[in-house]
Ligand binder design. Sequence first.
Ligand code: NAD
Length: 494
Amino acid sequence: MKTRDEWLALSQTLEFRNQAYINGEFRAAASGRVFPTQNPATETVLTEIAECDVSDVDLAVEAARTVFRAGTWAELDPGQRKRIMLKWADLMDAHRDEFALLDTLEMGKPISEMLSIDVPDAIDCIRWTAECIDKVYGEIAPTAAGTLAMIHHEPAGVVGAITPWNYPLMMVCWKIAPALAAGNSVVLKPSEKAMLSALRLAELASEAGLPDGVLNVVPGFGHTAGKALALHMDVNVLAFTGSTRVAGMLMGYAGESNMKRVWLEAGGKSPNIVFADADIEKAAAGAAAAIFSNQGEVCIACSRLYVENSIKDEFMAALLKASERYRAGDPLDPATTMGPVVDQTQLQTVERYIGSAIEEGGQVVLGGQPEYQPGKGFFVKPTIIDNTHNGMKVVQEEIFGPVLAVSGFDTEEEALALANDSRYGLGAALWTRDISRAHRVSRKIESGMVWVNTWGEGDSTVPFGGVKGSGNGRDKSLHALEKYVDIKNVFIRL
Ligand code: NAD
């Protein structure tokens, strides 16, 4: 493992790709405009990036449509498509350190998390999805004798992907890998807060043999580039990860334009339930990881903790101890467990929610409001607020920072009612040694994902996504491929 100084030295040798990637080449935005992207740990500008708007999006969609119609990728032999994607994954593998650095520098995630989670997961996503290409079959329906009904899964056409900044590389791969594997062309609009890894990824895809125009990247702002993509009349499918607020807007844009299919992976306010029979030490370590990993900038962060009252004091002591391992520090230092939050707005959001929790009667038992020092990075403290209740903003609204709201419960029914009292339904964790209770509660929790005696674990083979205000789509697994195909049936009278 490299030292902090070695990472710093390596970061100074990086050449940032800072232009749009359209039809296989880097180019300036049509308007010539650029905007800065900064390092949240130092508040210095890393580079200025092409600020794409509607003209660039039009150009990218046109390139994507042209190559799709030509069939250069969509109709290429599945085995050949697979080989290109596998080569792409190998190239990513060869540039692991570079990818780790790009996201760490741009959004502040600890380099150790990039190396242990984001980069390997992103590579595995491309590899696993590539392997599916020549293993997914069409269907023949059991129709009457004298007829043949074939059900084809055809690529949908041009996929628009809009992604967030909290796992920049990983979220991009979760979208574009299945979209490309299914034979589509893609126009990607990464978050304006973290675009560097997406641009490099597109360049490596070309190096691996992906034909020009199949993957285009248009950096820019949501209300311009993102909106243009979402309203575009020639985009067939829109795949989004981001906030619930913007997710709702995209559904509106689809209705206003061409009724494109919209897949949404949105926000969360996941509950974590600790029953009295849980392994307290493991549950405490899990509860701390579930809110402080990636500075709490995690869609599945368990930001609501419900502890059975009979063990609450003992559990809180264990939780405070487990939380000691999370301290904000230089994300380039491999020992750092929490980086800065992504920008000043995010820091102020954290500050505001802690303030509102105190006003509403919460008791800060760890951390508290950030002590921001201008120019020294957007660092916040791991914060735990006890004595909260479901009527409080800090319990109902997504903060997207390292702030945990804690309250107690007495019965399983009460725990379930508290957990389900939310507009969100992304993930949920529960800790118990009682296998029947684990099954019972998992079934009744309103969420797309449940973790029992663990938190956040996943695999390329397992779908990821939510219900209620957390969205309607699933990334990863074979279910992700389904989002990007149209079903066509051909009925033949023999
Ligand atoms: P965001 O909604 O602000 O932005 C997400 C993307 O949407 C960005 O690329 C942004 O430019 C774009 N956008 C913004 N306004 C737009 C508009 N009017 N039209 C089109 N595009 C627009 O979210 P964020 O701050 O980047 O990310 C944090 C959010 O993402 C959190 O709510 C988090 O829970 C969620 N998230 C969800 C998952 C999941 O799998 N469910 C995973 C990661 C993050």
